[in-house]
Design a protein around this ligand. Structure first.
Ligand code: ADP
Ligand code: MG
Length: 709
């Protein structure tokens, strides 16, 4: 019996969990592992809570004098929850999260100790950061990196089998103050966007208000049985299958999407939600996705910085909970060739005071504001889609963007029929006779009710207006949302700022008329970025090229925009990333990309050589033996077929040996060559998978991993 049938046997013996007896559901554990305002009120003096609240709710800078008190209360709270250690929790440029635990323990004498946690412990940390990628920002001999408390994201408890750890969200930066993480520029970009929104709102004569940037990230993932996973060295090492013939049935019947969720999966999902709810992460939606064994988790949207942290935690909870259920959660963008990959739909919006600025309003005045913000976004994406694209440039994501899958690498905006119609009316402007039908007068006319969640929602668009927010669908499932939103915030901040400047310089005439002219000019200049049709079609690729829209199909092509002079100027102007920080990011991402391709090439060769080749060689020897036996006994029947079979196997063996040699040679060449050679190797191996004796095949097959669980 091989590994595969053993795994199937074990899975066959597992019983699906039975439904539990009904008991009333109490949500009293929601947020119990978060040191939010509720906990703060219980554990901190009133005056301290007030100051903390000013930071949390109104975004005021933290008064450092309260750190000692906060630390003390936080420690008491954490100890009561079984925490023995604390850690600064940060997001280095590896794209993941990092933590280094210190115990609260402080010896006070021989055999005596106290549990201690000071204000300084809370505010600043100095992990030995020499091994994090810094893209030359920080030479290893100057290893110092600092972590600084981000009070806008509450501390939380991570539980484990023997206790718990207090985690403090922090930013991570170098001795010279350069960002070494994804959070620092995100926070800077939020500030930049807030400033621009305030400027624009002031130009509109709005009363002072606070600006919130919001995010609801939809997280797609795959689940497979751990027993299969452990027999796939490619999955273990790279997160995706480098081999595997497509099964006859995969997703073509579309019977998995929104299908009834299997009990084993539902048990897993429920536990994930419980863990998330304890952490105050508002997990809301769960469902089967399009591909077999693919699922989605969507939270209720939250303030951007918090939502990003929560998504990082959600990915960790998904992975860890899966392990407890004998499953493995694959967050890779394309774990299985030939079926849908996984994305992370980035639902983004901005609000001012109580109003969502992307919500069309009930009054002409609100609509003037809405259309101005909308125009700013259209302008921003048109001018800087190449910058936005860099945030999705990632080895795993190359299999989605630019491949024949959603969405394409060409960034365009979907506005929907009605809104496009309005934009076109503005574009036409007021004709000589202002009575001309079909022109929208800004600040005077009411918008028709725009369909939210309407039927014409375009699933193929990378950047779609969905009623009261924009949904950016290009980010990959394993990527942090921090980077794309840093880019998005900054380019939108620039456009809002630009429009605000224009509005500020309006003459004494009619405000609405001048605004109309301004928006008209901007729409004329930037409407090429709007596309409501099928983004997968070849016609669109050709049309986009005519329109001059960039189409960066690969990570390599896309990343270049990160260090372009225009990008540097823009990001320096808004204080989000300076030239050195951008350069270092470019280097880190490039290096990471190259290493990933290299690892894939190497593991593909290893599998082909040590797992596949012996099986093929054995089959060849077997065929040859059978052939001689038959000749010896002079049985004619089937002789020709056997000859052909042996010959074919021999040819395949040659092809495999050749493909392995070519892949080995490619490792010394460019990554394009490695990719091409590994693909060639894959073709040969996948061909063998379908012809060789099933019992001898060493790797769990797609039809098993995707359907047997
Ligand atoms: P669909 O799968 O149809 O695109 P979902 O309901 O799965 O939609 O996800 C939509 C996401 O958008 C949710 O996370 C939701 O909270 C989020 N969202 C809704 N309104 C806003 C908003 N104003 N700002 C940011 N995100 C929002
Ligand atoms: Mg969506």
């Amino acid at each position: 019996m091989n590994n595969r049938s053993a795994a199937i046997g074990e899975i066959a013996n597992e019983k699906a969990p039975s439904p539990a007896a009904a008991k009333p559901f109490a949500l009293d554990f929601y947020g119990e592992d978060v040191f939010g305002l509720t906990a703060a009120k219980k554990y901190l003096p009133k005056a301290v809570v007030k100051k903390l609240e000013a930071t949390l709710v109104s975004g005021q800078p933290l008064d450092p004098a309260i750190a000692g008190d906060v630390a003390h209360g936080m420690k008491t709270w954490a100890l009561e929850r079984g925490a023995s250690h604390f850690t600064h929790w940060f997001q280095p440029l590896t794209g993941g999260t990092a933590e280094k635990h210190d115990s609260f323990l402080e010896p006070t004498g021989v055999g005596e100790a106290v549990m201690q946690f000071s204000g300084k412990n809370l505010i600043i940390g100095e992990p030995d950061a020499s091994s994090f990628p810094s893209g030359g920002l920080r030479a290893t001999f100057e290893a110092r990196g600092y972590t600084a408390w981000d009070p806008s994201s509450p501390a939380f408890i991570k539980r484990h089998a023997n206790g718990a750890t207090l985690c403090i969200p922090t930013a991570f930066y170098s001795y010279t103050g350069e960002a070494l993480d994804t959070k620092t520029p995100l926070l800077r970009s939020i500030q930049a966007l807030q400033k621009s929104v305030k400027r624009l709102m002031t130009a509109f004569g709005a009363p002072a208000g606070s600006v919130k940037v919001t995010l609801g990230p939809e997280q797609e993932y795959f689940l497979i049985d751990k027993k299969f996973y452990l027999n796939r060295p490619d999955l273990v090492q790279t997160g995706r299958t480098l081999f595997g013939a497509p099964p006859p049935k995969h997703q073509q019947l579309e019977d998995h999407y929104f299908g009834a969720i299997r009990p084993r999966i539902l048990a897993f999902m429920t536990e994930v939600e419980t863990e998330l709810w304890k952490l105050g992460i508002p997990a809301k939606t769960r469902h089967n996705e399009v591909a077999p064994a693919q699922f989605e988790l969507a939270p209720m949207f939250e303030e951007l910085n918090l939502a990003v942290d929560h998504n990082m935690l959600a990915m960790e909870v998904l992975r860890q909970t899966a392990e407890r259920h004998g499953l493995v959660c694959l967050l890779h963008e394309k774990p299985f060739a030939g079926i849908n990959g996984s994305g992370k739909h980035n639902n983004w919006s901005v609000s001012y005071g109580d109003a969502n600025l992307l919500e069309p309003g009930d009054s002409p005045h609100q609509n003037a504001r809405f259309l101005t913000v909308l125009t700013a976004i259209v302008r921003a994406i048109d001018l800087h889609s190449d910058i936005l694209r860099t945030g999705t440039a990632y080895a795993g994501n190359d299999h989605r963007l630019g491949a024949n899958e959603a969405p394409p690498a060409i960034i365009s905006i979907f506005l929907g029929e009605q809104l496009t119609d309005i934009i076109e009316q503005i574009e036409k402007g007021e004709a000589a006779s202002s009575k001309e039908a079909g022109t929208m007068k800004i600040g005077v006319d009411l918008l028709p009710p725009l369909p939210k969640d309407a039927t014409d929602r375009n699933r193929t668009s990378p950047f779609a207006f969905t009623g009261n927010k924009f949904e950016f669908r290009a980010p990959g499932s394993s990527q942090s949302c921090a980077t794309v939103n840093t880019l998005l915030n900054t380019i939108v901040a620039e456009s809002l700022d630009y429009l605000a400047g224009k509005i500020e310089s309006f003459g004494g005439g009619d405000f609405n008329q001048q605004l109309q002219k301004l928006l008209q000019a901007e729409i004329v200049a930037h409407k090429r970025i709007i596309f409501n049709g099928d983004n997968y079609s070849a016609e669109w690729a050709a049309e986009a090229e005519r329109r001059g829209l960039p189409n960066h199909r690969t990570t390599m092509a896309a990343l270049a925009a990160l260090r372009a002079d225009a990008t540097v100027a823009l990001f320096e102007k808004y204080g989000v990333l300076n030239r050195t920080e951008l350069e270092s990011r470019f280097e880190i991402y490039l290096e990471e990309y190259h290493r990933k391709i290299m690892i894939e090439g190497k593991i593909a060769i290893a599998i082909a050589k040590s797992s596949i080749l012996p099986v093929v060689a054995q089959a060849c020897a077997g065929a040859a033996r059978a052939h001689t036996d038959i000749v010896a006994s002079k049985i004619d029947a089937g002789l020709d077929a056997l000859f052909a079979h042996a010959r074919a196997l021999g040819t395949q063996l040659d092809a495999l040996t050749y493909a392995i040699a070519a892949a080995e040679k490619a490792l010394a060449l460019k990554h394009e060559d490695i990719i091409a050679a590994t693909l060639k190797l894959r073709e040969v191996v996948d061909g063998l998978e379908t012809t060789l004796d099933d019992a001898q095949w060493p790797l769990p097959k797609y039809r098993e991993m995707l359907f047997v669980y």
